[in-house]
Design a protein around this ligand. Structure first.
Ligand code: R7I
Ligand code: MG
Ligand code: MG
Length: 349
């Protein structure tokens, strides 16, 4: 049966929270044997557990702020979103935020701040952060705007509130784009999906700031495009080892080393894979595989979850898994409200 757009919206946000919550167990672990991942996930099916025993981290906390702000302002309002991040951080500072971004969040709380993008620009010697904190919270942008140019524009501004390095905000653009295309059903033809991502990222990276950041950081000239080409090559291979994925795409806290990786996880798990239980559907495979890569597991699973959830919809996510995740229900409610906003918006351009 075709997956309804509402189901895709709910799937995207709920699976993002799921990825964050189940991924927290392995964040920072260098090697995560698949056995341990499957054990962790089968533990979620235990009836006696549930009721949000797995807590969400900064990934979900900030994604909720993005969704809330887009809803209450009925679009992007940088002042409101910045305030929302600052308030969330002050109420719950212990959610595992990146060590650099907390300085930005403290500055954003100041009532005397005129330019809300300024604190982010002061990070890391004035170049800004290339961490994946902008990308991890980018999914709601794909649910709030009808046309792709708006999704890209606002995902970029939304990320720039904390991540002013082009590698940081372009990672957020790529993540929002991937969710957007997945909502449209584009994962039905994986080659087309990846080609569209590459052509859009060529537009984004064909920019002086992006070229300069790439040069300073000693990266390829179009860093995201180069990684996406590697994703394409890995997709065409008969077999791919975890080690190969990590060495070619990365599994780290930098957006460049995690957003293309998350995209690869989704594409790789569209089909059954050796080592993953036969009773698993694509969504479950995507989450399990993301955790097995180790490294920044909560964030890679959160981003892969959002893309996969937008493809498969809410109905295939095991209820027992969602029940274990703090904030999963709220994520579905936010998705319902974003769907309503989307439905009343005019189609433009
Ligand atoms: O990007 P950010 O919000 O962190 C997100 C990550 C996710 O994995 C979450 O789950 C959470 O665990 O944190 O936070 P930032 O502090 O902006 O960036 C994260 C880290 O990336 C920093 O603490 C640095 O270690 C590194 N980093 C940089 N290092 C050197 N130079 C980011 N940008 C730079 C840089 O320009
Ligand atoms: Mg986190
Ligand atoms: Mg993380």
């Amino acid at each position: 049966a075709p997956v309804s757009l509402l189901s895709r919206f709910r799937g995207a946000l709920a699976a993002a929270v799921l990825g964050d919550c189940v991924g927290g167990e392995f964040e920072g672990a260098e090697e995560v044997p698949l056995d341990r991942v499957l054990q962790h996930l089968s533990g979620l099916e235990d009836e006696t557990r549930g009721d949000g025993i797995l807590q969400y981290s900064d990934d979900t906390a900030m994604m909720r702020c993005v969704a809330q702000s887009l809803l209450t302002r009925m679009g992007f309002d940088e002042q409101d979103m910045a305030r929302s991040f600052a308030k969330e951080y002050s109420l719950a500072p212990g959610r595992g935020y990146g060590s650099g971004v907390i300085q930005v969040l403290r500055k954003l709380a100041s009532p005397h701040l005129n330019d809300v993008f300024q604190p982010a620009r002061a990070q890391f010697g004035g170049r800004g952060s290339f961490g994946n904190g902008g990308a991890m919270r980018a999914a709601p942008f794909a649910l709030a705007f009808r046309n792709v140019a708006d999704v890209m524009r606002y995902a970029r501004f939304g990320a720039m509130l904390t991540h002013s390095c082009s590698l940081g905000y372009n990672g957020a653009v790529l993540q929002a784009l991937a969710v957007y295309l997945s909502l449209q059903g584009d994962l039905a033809i994986p080659q087309k999906f990846i080609s569209k991502l590459i052509s859009k990222m060529e537009e984004m990276e064909n920019d002086e700031t992006a070229h300069n950041d790439a040069k300073v950081l000693k990266l390829a000239e179009f860093p995201y495009c180069a990684r996406l080409h590697r994703v394409k090559e890995l997709m065409e291979q008969n077999s791919v080892s975890i080690e190969e994925v990590i060495s070619k795409l990365g599994n780290g806290i930098a957006a460049l080393e995690s957003v293309p990786t998350a995209i690869f996880c989704v594409l790789h798990c569209l089909e059954p894979r050796e080592g993953l239980p036969e009773h698993y559907g694509g969504l479950e495979r995507t989450i399990a595989y993301s955790l097995a890569l180790g490294g920044d597991t909560d964030t890679i699973a959160c981003m892969a979850g959002a893309i996969a959830g937008a493809h498969y919809g809410i109905d295939v996510i095991p209820q027992s898994w969602l029940k274990c995740c703090e904030g999963a229900e709220e994520a579905e409610q936010l998705a319902n409200r974003l769907y309503k906003l989307y439905s009343i918006m005019q189609t433009e351009g």
